[in-house]
Write a protein that binds this ligand. Structure first.
Ligand code: ADP
Length: 854
């Protein structure tokens, strides 16, 4: 139901006496149902009822419009009155009476103001009633008009009430508006105040700016957009050297500018004027009065009028010479830092890297962007982290750390040896805020030191090897020592020394030694041949050092193996050094091998070459020694032969002389000469027999005939005999035992004693005394012969027992062959005894021998 119908129902119910009206209708007409219905073109709605027949309609209930007669009344605006349906010609067949079971019916239209149809006032009954008379119709019409009147009045009243509400609303709105207005006014006042404040501040800022301009290195300028005349403050005029008054043209300004910047400034000016761009440019100027050069910065702004024409182009110009100088200085410093060979790094006291130059990039492998912002520990090896803490604590105390040698770690992980100098960085207040680090790569220095060290070590090794091999006169021994030493020094897995020799028949042959490999490893392959690989070594052309011999172009060129034969030692790294004798002749080669590639370095090559040179000398010596040995053997053979040949005629001479002597009368004047001749022959005989002894010793054929005898007796006899023939010296004999029995060759022991006593007398002219001492100590007898003569220098003590050795520069009368002591020493040694000398130059000598007793 629409709101309007609802309102109409409500309006009807509010009509005073509406129920009374319906009661009156029912009582006066006898009708038992009466109602007020709202009838529109679509609906029939009950507004008020009086129901005595339980018709069942209440206010708000509807009847289908077409089932009612009221719809016809709405259209015709005519009342309908039926006393008895059955008798009424118009309605006896009408569907409504039949539908609702009514016999009597009355319905009067209700018209609102302006003849507007509202509905009907109606009554029905199931019985016929007397309705069609003026009294009933009059009553119904009056009541209908009353209802209409009430409805109209009520509507009027409703309308005026809503108007009142509207007016009240307007008044309220006005009040709110007034309040807002007051607030807005208040706000406006506050804003105005703020604006005034701002204006004040702006004015003061302007004043300050002006002040700054006037007092600082700044001036103001402006250019007239029409005349291009330049106006400038006193400061600028002075800076450019312009007169203090009078107009200045743009051209005049351009003249003061460094030519390199003139075009740039002219472009900026034209851009400002034509393209309306604000400007900012820095350029160098030259004062036209003083010639002084300065850098300036000019900023310019364009101002426009309401029609968008440029009114003025003006700005500020300031002297930036100092800043430029600082910038130049900084740029120079930066350039120095960047071009420095040393790594230069700065960091905060917390160790965060703040700058990183080119060399730092090179040295540590981190790019600038990778290092800056990181902690310095990215380049510090873990075991040196404590070092950094120490350095920083020194820097905090404003101390410098200079030339501190340490290690840092590069990005690739390798360690770089460095010399560090760390200095504190201070701010303007002088507080330490960080540290700058200059790091010099000392790898090369370290390398040089190491090289020097290894060179010194090599020299020492070479020296030691030199000494050992030069002491050796046996070729095979030298070869082995050299092979072992060089194989070890070069780090080779195996080494070989091939030595070419020529035998006494002029035939050449090769000796070789090996190290690190058994002899069988070589024997089956024979000697190295003159192949392309070996040729440079045996011809002595050069040292050959190859990282991988199997890839060398010289390798594998020869039949039948075309490379290393099967079963050959696995040589990959190869080093071969020729060995040259003093006269330049190649006497052999040293060869080294290793199963891994690139094992031999330059230093190994040098070492092997050094040893090779030493080896050559030692081998030369060994060769000479061998030759000497041969000559010596020949000499011994000759001596043996000669002495033997001399002995026979000498024995003859001796016999003949004795016969002559015996046959001579006792007073014969010439008998004395015969005696002297016999004595000389005796000497000659003993010389020859000594020489023969030497040769027997050499050939191992000195016979000894052992027998027991008393050494004391022999000592007495020999000293007596010697005393008789040597009157210049007193021969003293001392012994602690009356008899000292020994088992020895008596004649040979006598020979030793005679030899020692003869020497004692010969080498102590003018001394006058020789002391012989014999002592039996336990199982040994010790006999010494002491003189007080010229003595023997310490370094000669060993040598005097060698064959043919005589101390140099002896006086003429001290002649001899240098074999007496050699024979004596040999005799004593053959008796399992010992012989030695104690002597000091100028103080005499004591020769002692010791023999086992029994
Ligand atoms: P020779 O006496 O014939 O030269 P020896 O073999 O007996 O040969 O002696 C070797 C060398 O030893 C001598 O030449 C001499 O220089 C030195 N010599 C030997 N005995 C003495 C000694 N008693 N005092 C000093 N020098 C001696």
């Amino acid at each position: 139901m629409t709101d309007d119908i609802q309102a109409d129902i409500a309006a009807v119910s509010q009509i005073p006496l509406i129920n009374t009206l319906l009661d009156v209708i029912c009582e006066t007409t006898g009708m038992r149902f009466a109602a007020v219905a709202r009838v529109t073109d679509t609906k029939w709605v009950t507004c008020a009822t009086k129901d005595l027949i339980n018709f069942g309609l209440k206010p708000g209930d509807e009847l289908p419009l077409t089932t009612t007669i009221c719809d016809e009344i709405r259209q015709s605006h005519q009342m309908v009155v039926i006393d008895d349906v059955a008798l009424d010609k118009d309605y006896k067949d009408h569907h409504t009476p039949a539908m609702y079971g009514l016999k009597s019916y009355i319905s009067i239209p209700i018209f609102r103001r302006g003849n507007e149809f509202f509905g009907t006032l109606c009554a029905i009954d199931p019985e016929p009633k007397m309705l069609n008379n003026p009294r009933v119709i009059g009553m119904f019409t009056l009541f209908a008009e009353l209802i209409a009147f009430h409805l109209d009045t009520a509507e009027k009243q409703n309308k005026s009430e809503s108007e009142l509400v509207r007016e009240q609303k307007i008044v309220r709105l006005q009040q709110i508006y007034n309040k807002d207005l007051a607030l807005a006014n208040e706000k406006l006042a506050a804003t105005q105040k703020q604006q005034e404040e701002l204006l004040k501040q702006l004015t003061s800022a302007n004043a300050k700016l002006q002040q700054a301009i006037e007092t600082g290195n700044m001036g103001t300028w402006s250019i007239d957009p029409v005349s291009y005349e330049v106006t400038m403050s006193e400061y600028i005029r002075e800076l450019f050297g312009f007169p203090s008054e009078g107009a200045i043209s743009v051209a005049q300004i351009l003249e003061t500018i460094d030519p390199a910047y003139q075009e740039a400034l002219a472009t900026i000016l034209s851009h400002a004027m034509l393209q309306r761009k604000d400007s900012d440019i820095e350029y160098p100027i030259k004062n036209i009065q003083t010639g002084e050069r300065n850098w300036v910065r000019a900023t310019g702004r364009l101002f426009f009028d309401e029609e968008d024409n440029i009114t003025v182009y003006s700005g500020v110009l300031m002297d930036i010479t100092n800043r430029k100088r600082d910038e130049d200085k900084q740029a120079m410093l930066a350039a120095i830092i960047e071009s420095s060979e040393d790594a230069i790094v700065s960091k905060t006291l917390d160790g965060i890297i703040t700058s990183w130059n080119n060399s730092a990039e090179r040295m540590f492998g981190f790019r600038e962007h990778e290092a800056v912002g990181k902690h310095i520990s990215i380049i510090i090896p873990d075991d040196r982290l404590a070092e950094e803490t120490q350095i920083i604590s020194k820097v905090r105390n404003s101390e410098r750390v200079e030339h501190f040698e340490t290690m840092r770690r590069a990005k690739a992980g390798n360690e770089v040896p460095l010399s560090l100098t760390v200095s504190p960085i201070r701010n303007e207040k002088g507080d330490v805020i960080g540290a700058s680090k200059i790091a010099r790569d000392i790898s090369r220095q370290k390398e040089a030191e190491e090289r020097l060290q290894s060179y010194a070590e090599h020299m020492e090794i070479l020296n030691t090897i030199g000494q050992t091999i030069s002491a050796d006169l046996d070729t095979q021994g030298i070869l082995q020592k050299v092979t072992d030493a060089t194989t070890q020094l070069t780090g080779a897995a195996f080494g070989a020394f091939f030595h070419n020799l020529v035998n006494d028949k002029g035939e050449s042959y090769t000796l070789y030694t090996l190290s690190g490999a058994p002899r069988e490893a070589f024997e089956k392959f024979g000697m190295p041949r003159n192949t392309k690989v070996f040729a440079p070594t045996f011809s002595g052309d050069a040292i050959v050092r190859v990282d991988d011999i199997t890839k060398d172009p010289r390798y594998g060129k020869n039949k039948p193996h075309k490379g290393m034969p099967d079963g050959h030692l696995p040589v990959v790294s190869y080093l071969a050094v020729p060995v040259r004798s003093k006269n330049g002749e190649v006497i052999g080669g040293l060869f080294f091998g290793h199963p891994k590639a690139a094992m031999f370095k330059k230093e190994h090559e040098q070492l092997a070459a050094g040893v090779a040179a030493q080896a050559a000398v030692a081998l030369d010596n060994a060769k000479l020694y061998g030759e000497i040995k041969v000559l010596n053997a020949k000499k011994d053979e000759f001596i043996g032969l000669a002495s033997h040949e001399l002995k026979t005629p000498l024995t003859g001479i001796n016999g003949y002389l004795q016969i002559i002597e015996r046959s001579m009368p006792a007073d014969d004047r010439n008998k004395n000469f015969i005696k002297k001749a016999l004595a000389q022959v005796g000497k000659l005989t003993s010389l020859i027999s000594d020489l023969l002894d030497v040769s027997k010793i050499q050939t191992g054929k000195l016979p000894l005939s052992y027998a027991k005898f008393d050494l004391s007796t022999i000592l007495t006899e020999v000293s007596d005999m010697m005393q008789q023939s040597h009157i210049t010296h007193q021969i003293e004999l001392h012994y602690n035992k009356k008899s000292i029995h020994i088992n020895a060759d008596q004649q040979r022991i006598e020979q030793v004693l005679i030899n020692l006593i003869t020497n004692a007398i010969k080498y102590s002219p003018g001394a006058g005394k020789v002391i012989i001492n014999a002592e039996l100590i336990g199982e040994k007898v010790k006999v010494s012969v002491r003189d007080f003569g010229i003595g023997i220098d310490k370094d000669q003590h060993d040598r005097i027992f060698s064959r043919f050795y005589r101390v140099e520069n002896l006086a003429a009368h001290m002649s001899g062959l240098g074999i007496g002591l050699y024979i004596s020493h040999e005799i004593i040694e053959r008796h399992k005894g010992k012989m030695w000398v104690d002597s000091e130059l100028g103080k005499g000598s004591t020769f002692t021998f010791e023999l086992p007793v029994g």
